[in-house]
Write a protein that binds this ligand. Structure first.
Ligand code: 4AD
Ligand code: MG
Length: 482
């Protein structure tokens, strides 16, 4: 028989009421030598196991403490207590494994409030806590909803290389990959590293984006998406950046910029809606945590809406669509800019927007998610379509409250001559990307796509504030042990 999870039991208890069943889990709390709160990770809710300790071996009772792993057989009965439908009257309890209670004292499994920093230091144990159980169940639901959305809309899932020779963003933020003996790196006569002696015979790195390969796939399959790990060797000491994160990149043949914006909005709303419908218990828990956190902040910085309310509002309203040029006007005329409140004041058209500017537009000015489009060509990547004004490109960024940029994308430059010119201007090596240029030689078509940072969306949905808290094993200098 299929093993029953605590979630199965709590949602479908009528089938097993007054029957004996077996459940497995970890002890979250053991009160009065009588009530065990058992959790198996399937849900935020614990199953209450009632132990009539006089009927049990004293040795077993003695060893049931926080974090112990148990197999419990007993009868499902309606619960007397508030807040739970059923409980289990234990008939047989087996302790499944060791539990070093002495060492437990210094871990985050101790049932008390731990700071997020402390929890991060023991990331491998975070899965046992209510908070991280909720966060990672929601993360899993977000990933599933993403696959479901694309599947329902006739997109094909494509895997792009993780080790690659291409710098897709042309931004030089790559981690090199090599099989050199690092104590004896081969060099040529000029003292430069000799990559011909590397396993790949060329310079390779971890991917910064699967987009360029994704475009080649879209040029045959029509609608594709990638979903994979992405690496950026950028200074990642912010609450929004990771050196290793997961990116979802749809690419669609025959789409223009407007189609691309429509797709991004529809897609984000679908995924958020999916979570609202399928992660109710976890979101309610996170909503309460979010509310508690707001109370610790100065009045001015508190969120105006609760977490669930915020998600519902984002799904209900159409995102604001604003050109870069309009956005710059708004920023230039803002009190904040005039009074020097921005760390990076906006001086003129052409300025790159910092997260403080994005958040001003979203949180103060429009009070809505915003899609900015038609950015100056000089601040965006080489592959974006040059607009007729010769100054801007058909780029789009989706900006979310509390997050800033959540999606970046564009219509692609489909004209070979214009693309080559842009590559030359931006010092992107044509020869290295010969295969990419082929897409513009044989039946080139307008096409567009974007990249969503998975962790930024999970941040938004869970109401967490540090990106390290929404990825199981954050890559930071401090967490190198994993
Ligand atoms: O804006 P980016 O750099 O765009 C691209 O890589 C394009 N090739 C996407 C495309 O058009 N197919 O990154 C896309 C998204 C950002 O909007 C952000 O959500 C996320 O990826 N992102 C990061 N997330 C966490 N840590 C980082 N260091 C990130 N850098 C980008
Ligand atoms: Mg970007």
């Amino acid at each position: 028989m299929k093993k029953q999870t605590i979630k199965d039991l709590l949602t479908d208890y009528k089938k097993v009421l007054h029957h004996d069943i077996t459940v497995y889990g970890w002890v979250r709390a053991f009160r009065s030598n009588r009530f065990i709160a058992l959790n198996d990770g399937s849900t935020i809710n614990n199953l209450q196991v009632v132990v009539d300790f006089e009927n049990f071996d004293e040795n077993i009772i003695k060893n049931i403490n926080t974090a112990a792993s148990l197999k419990v057989t007993g009868e499902v009965v309606e619960s007397q207590g508030a807040g739970q439908t059923v409980e289990l009257i234990a008939k047989k309890i087996t302790i499944l494994g060791d539990n070093f209670t002495e060492e437990l004292q210094s871990t985050i499994l101790q049932p008390k409030k731990h700071s997020l920093e402390k929890l991060r230091e023991q990331a491998h144990l975070r899965f046992r806590t209510n908070l991280f159980g909720a966060v990672f169940r929601v993360r899993s639901a977000v990933s599933f909803a993403i696959h479901q959305y694309f599947n329902q809309n006739q997109f094909f899932y494509i895997n792009t290389p993780i080790v690659t020779g291409a710098d897709a963003e042309g931004a030089g933020e790559m981690f090199g990959v090599t099989n050199f003996d690092l104590n004896n790196i081969p060099r040529n006569e000029e003292g430069e590293i000799d990559y011909t002696q590397d396993f790949f015979g060329r310079k390779t790195n971890l991917t910064v984006s699967g987009q360029l390969e994704g475009e080649t796939a879209a040029m045959g399959l029509g609608r594709i998406y990638t979903f994979g790990p992405t690496f950026r060797a950028e200074n990642s000491n912010t609450t929004r950046h990771l050196a290793e994160f997961w990116m979802i990149e749809p690419e669609v043949a025959f789409n223009n910029l407007e189609d691309n914006i429509d797709l991004a909005e529809d897609f984000l709303k679908y995924v958020i809606n999916y979570c609202l419908e399928n992660c109710k218990d976890d979101l309610e828990f996170l909503d309460k945590r979010f509310e508690e956190e707001q109370k610790t902040k100065p009045e001015k910085e508190r969120a105006k809406e609760g977490l669930i309310e915020k998600l519902q509002n984002v799904v209900a309203k159409r995102f604001k669509r604003v050109s870069y040029t309009e956005a710059i006007d708004i920023l230039l005329n803002s009190k904040e800019n005039k009074k020097g409140k921005f760390a990076y004041p906006i001086e003129a058209w052409g300025a790159d927007l910092q997260s403080e500017h994005e958040r001003f537009l979203v949180e103060k000015h429009f009070e809505s998610p915003v899609v900015l489009f038609d950015y100056p060509k000089d601040i965006k990547a080489f592959y974006m379509k040059l607009n007729e004004d010769n100054k801007t490109v058909a780029a789009m960024d989706v900006l979310f409250p509390g997050i800033g940029e959540i999606i970046g994308g564009s219509e692609r430059e489909a004209r070979l001559d214009v693309l080559k010119q842009k590559m030359e201007e931006m010092h992107v090596d044509e020869h290295e990307l010969w295969w990419y240029l082929d897409t513009r030689k044989f039946g080139s078509v307008p096409h567009a796509g974007f990249g969503l940072g998975l962790e930024r969306l999970v941040l938004f949905v869970t109401g967490m504030t540090n990106i390290r808290d929404v990825i199981p094993f954050p890559r930071t200098p401090k967490s190198a042990e994993f």
